[in-house]
Write a protein that binds this ligand. Structure first.
Ligand code: GLU
Length: 315
């Protein structure tokens, strides 16, 4: 079992050429709602290879914001699987469950800009009005109390960014999303707020993650702007889908990976990432596969691909 707080790695392998602090900081940020499956391993590997091939740091952040759905056991299993596959992270693992004060502070900064309001609309009411939050509670001045969500007011503007894999993206938050939840009605902080606060706290410069999160990016950029944070570079990799076109995820019962079979797993993950691993690697070890992966990493091989079918990368 890896030490889940501090993880010494051989940093000589990935120092920046000048030995100055790396200007590239990447991260893998799993939610511990179950053990690692192939879809999450592929995301971890892509962010790892992108960081290491840029002489950057690679951090792991445990997004354990939702205790009813998550467990310490799953978090430890994820760290153990990363460690066994040779995906060694830098620094200490950051646990979002320990970051509540930072999220509160961010909420306060947003409140001071009059961007936060309480809302008691139900999911069903929002669905009935077309799925985009229509601003119902904006001017109701409901008290901020349990049982009410806190939403962040969006403005009438287009947020755009150039994704390193999926090219130019833009979203009109007011028309496409509406004011979005930053604290849930059960009192838990929402992913959108926590991810932005922690990416800034950890000075993350490059975010490589699954395309299923691309729709969240405009909201995150909006929060970065309102909180005065730097905007990281984004690269969204295709998701693996099963025969029914469903994302390989815990929700759709994706099989946990067996970290003791890590050579086969890494090769399979590289094939999913369309990196065409050298057949000679079949009889090698983790470290050699990862070294090959770092030396040959070419995210352009994923350009404009949104999905990879589960059967495209057979062993
Ligand atoms: N915790 C999120 C997930 O497991 C990922 C967050 C992110 O990469 O921004 O889906």
């Amino acid at each position: 079992m890896p030490d889940s707080t501090d993880h010494p790695v051989d940093s000589s392998q990935h120092q920046s050429p000048t030995n100055s602090p790396p200007s590239y900081i990447g991260r893998f940020a799993p939610s511990p709602s179950g053990p690692l499956h192939m879809g999450s391993l592929v995301a971890a590997l892509a962010s790892y290879l992108d960081a290491r091939s840029n002489h950057g740091k690679w951090l792991v952040r445990m997004e354990d914001l939702d205790p009813p759905r998550e467990s310490k056991e799953a978090a430890d299993q994820i760290l153990d699987a990363l460690d066994k596959t040779g995906l060694h992270w830098d620094d200490s693992v950051l646990y979002q469950s320990q970051r509540k004060d930072a999220y509160l502070e961010a909420l306060e900064i947003l409140s001071r800009q009059d961007l936060i309001f309480a809302c008691d609309c139900t999911r069903q009411q929002i669905q009935e009005s077309g799925g985009v939050y229509p601003g119902t509670c904006r001017l109701r001045h409901l008290p901020e109390e349990s049982g009410k969500a806190l939403r962040c007011r969006v403005t009438d503007e287009v947020i755009s960014f150039t994704d390193q894999i999926q090219a130019f993206q833009s979203q009109h938050l007011q028309d496409d999303i509406g004011d979005f939840v930053v604290k849930r009605k059960d009192g838990l902080f929402a992913y959108q707020l926590a991810v932005v606060v922690d990416d800034d706290f950890q000075k993350v410069s490059h975010i490589v993650r699954g395309i299923d999160l691309m729709d969240s990016t405009a909201r995150q950029i909006y929060l970065q702007q309102k909180l005065g944070f730097q905007q990281p570079c984004y690269a969204h990799i295709p998701v693996i889908v099963n025969q029914l076109g469903q994302k390989l995820s815990k929700q759709h019962k994706a099989k946990p990976i067996d970290p003791d079979d890590s050579v086969a797993l890494l090769l399979e993950a590289l094939r999913y990432l369309n990196q065409d691993p050298d057949p000679a690697l079949n009889s090698s070890n983790n470290d050699d596969i990862l070294k090959w992966g770092i030396a040959h990493w070419n995210p352009a091989r994923l350009t404009d691909r949104q999905e990879i079918s589960e059967f495209e990368a057979p062993l």
